[in-house]
Design a protein around this ligand. Structure first.
Ligand code: 5GP
Length: 112
């Protein structure tokens, strides 16, 4: 069954898309936790979470991070937080790999 994010990739569910290419899609989080909250996802559906990634995904994972910093720059974020929740106990709720870009406010450490 298609995950929510696959439906966003296929444009079956609307999203505020900020970037798209052959490999990835970036869109604004529906429940933002900061003034800027964007999700960057691969278009392939085979990586449900980071720990499922394989060596053959190395260039794709690099691509997602390069796009993450380009998107943050385009959003005029000098400082920002990048989060990947891996698994339910880490807060993952959608099982399609995604990178959170959070910015526009100060962040504390350690995270909750
Ligand atoms: P996770 O908790 O899995 O790390 O992050 C999933 C994120 O997806 C959450 O921040 C949640 O707000 C976001 N999200 C869930 N459903 C939708 C949706 O339908 N559209 C958008 N744009 N974001 C969503």
């Amino acid at each position: 069954m298609a995950t929510l994010f696959k439906k966003i990739i296929d444009k079956e569910i609307p999203a505020s898309i900020v970037y798209e290419d052959d490999l990835c899609l970036a869109f604004r989080d529906i429940n933002p936790q900061a003034p800027v909250h964007i999700l960057v996802i691969p278009k392939i559906t085979s990586i449900d979470k980071l720990s499922s990634a394989q060596p053959q995904h190395q260039s794709l994972l690099g691509h997602l991070l390069i796009k993450t910093q380009e998107i943050a720059r385009a959003e005029n974020l000098p400082d920002y937080r990048v989060v990947i929740n891996n698994g339910e106990k880490a807060g993952q709720s959608v099982f399609h790999l995604h990178i959170h870009i959070l910015g526009g406010r100060d962040f504390s450490w350690p995270p909750g």
